[in-house]
Design a protein around this ligand. Structure first.
Ligand code: SF4
Ligand code: SF4
Ligand code: SF4
Length: 287
C-alpha cells in the first residue's frame, strides 16, 4: 500500500505519536506499507497518487485548502489524524480573536506580505473534502493509530469507540458534598475517587473513549482531546449544560454556582473544541 503523510496547520505531534508506536510501527513498516511522500521524512515536492493518505492538522491557510484538495484527489482512502484534523482542535483557540486582532497582536513586527494567506477561522478538513476515517486525539495514542492503519491494510473496519472515558477510568464515582470547584494544581487529589466528585473539572463523562484514560489515571483531568462521544453528537444535545449537570450531581454544588465557578477559577481548564465539526455526516467513521 502506497502512503502519503501530510501535515497542514498543526504542531506535528500526531505524526510524532505515530513514530512512538515502537515495535508495532516496525511491524507495519516491514509489511505492505510504503511511505512515498512525507515532508517530515523526505524531500519530495510532487504529491504522488496513493492508496492511503494520513493527514494531521487543520485548515488555517489558503495553502492548506489547496493542499488537502490535492491530497484527497490523489488518494483512495483518507485518514484524518488528530483532533486538529478531525475537529479543528487546540489550534482553534485562535478563533477566539478576529483575524485582524491576531495579525495585530502576534505578527505586528512582521511584513504581512511574507505570511501565508490566512482564513478567517481554523477548520477541520471535513469542511473541504470527504474523510474516510477520523482518529481524534491530541495526539491520538500510538496504539489507536496502529490499530486503524493495520485494519485498513487488512481491508477491515477499525473498531469504533463509542462510549466515554469514564468507562476506561479506574476511579470510583461518588456523590460528594463540597463547596467549590478546584483547579488540578490547587489541592492534592485522592487517587481512587472520581476527580469530578473531588471538585476538579474532568471532561471524561462527555469525551470519547479509546485512549485508555491516561490522564485521570495519572491524576490529571481529561481535557476532552478525543472529542465528544457518540451520544453527544446530536445537535440537540447541549454539551456544556450536560457538563454543568454532571458536576452539580457529583459535587452537590447547585448548577448556577457551577457555571459561576467554571468562569471564576483561572486554574480550571476546559478545552472541548469541536464546534465546526460536521457531526451527522461523520459519526460512523470516527474511530
Ligand atoms: S491534534 Fe494535538 S498533537 Fe496533533 S497536531 Fe494538533 S495540536 Fe498537535
Ligand atoms: S469524570 Fe474523569 S475522573 Fe471521573 S470517572 Fe470520569 S474520567 Fe474518571
Ligand atoms: S483522558 Fe481525555 S485528555 Fe487524556 S488522552 Fe484521553 S481523551 Fe485525551
Amino acid at each position: 500500500m502506497r502512503v502519503n503523510i501530510v501535515s497542514l496547520t498543526c504542531c506535528a505531534g500526531c505524526i510524532s505519536s505515530f513514530l512512538n508506536a515502537g515495535d508495532a510501527l516496525l511491524e507495519i513498516l516491514s509489511g505492505d506499507f510504503e511511505i512515498v511522500y512525507s515532508p517530515t521524512f523526505m524531500d519530495l515536492r510532487e504529491i504522488p497518487n496513493v492508496d492511503l493518505a494520513i493527514v494531521e492538522g487543520g485548515v488555517r491557510t489558503e495553502e492548506d485548502e489547496e493542499l488537502i484538495r490535492e491530497v484527497r484527489a490523489k488518494s483512495s482512502i483518507l485518514v484524518a489524524l488528530g483532533i486538529c484534523a478531525t475537529h479543528g482542535g487546540i489550534t482553534s483557540l485562535g478563533d477566539k480573536l478576529s483575524l485582524k486582532k491576531i495579525l495585530e497582536r502576534e505578527f505586528s513586527l512582521l511584513d504581512s506580505t511574507r505570511l501565508p494567506e490566512l482564513k478567517d477561522l481554523m477548520y477541520p478538513i471535513c469542511n473541504f473534502v470527504d474523510v474516510d476515517f477520523y482518529v481524534p486525539g491530541c495526539p491520538p495514542m500510538p496504539l489507536l493509530i496502529v490499530h486503524t492503519l493495520k485494519s485498513i491494510l487488512n481491508l477491515k473496519r477499525p473498531i469504533r469507540y463509542k462510549s466515554i472515558v469514564c468507562t476506561e477510568c479506574n476511579r470510583r464515582i461518588i456523590p460528594a458534598k463540597i463547596s467549590r470547584l478546584y483547579g488540578i494544581y490547587e489541592k492534592e487529589s485522592d487517587p481512587d475517587i472520581c476527580l469530578v466528585s473531588q471538585g476538579f473539572v474532568c471532561l471524561g463523562s462527555l469525551t470519547r473513549d479509546g485512549c485508555g484514560a491516561p490522564c485521570p489515571r495519572a491524576g490529571f483531568t481529561c481535557f476532552g482531546c478525543r472529542g465528544p462521544a457518540d451520544p453527544f453528537l446530536y445537535r440537540s444535545r447541549d454539551i456544556y449544560a450536560l457538563l454543568v449537570k454532571v458536576i452539580s450531581k457529583r459535587t452537590g454544588i447547585g448548577e448556577e454556582d457551577v457555571k459561576r465557578e467554571l468562569y471564576r477559577n483561572p486554574f480550571i481548564f476546559h478545552t472541548f473544541i469541536f464546534s465546526k465539526f460536521e457531526r451527522f455526516k461523520a459519526r460512523d467513521r470516527i474511530i
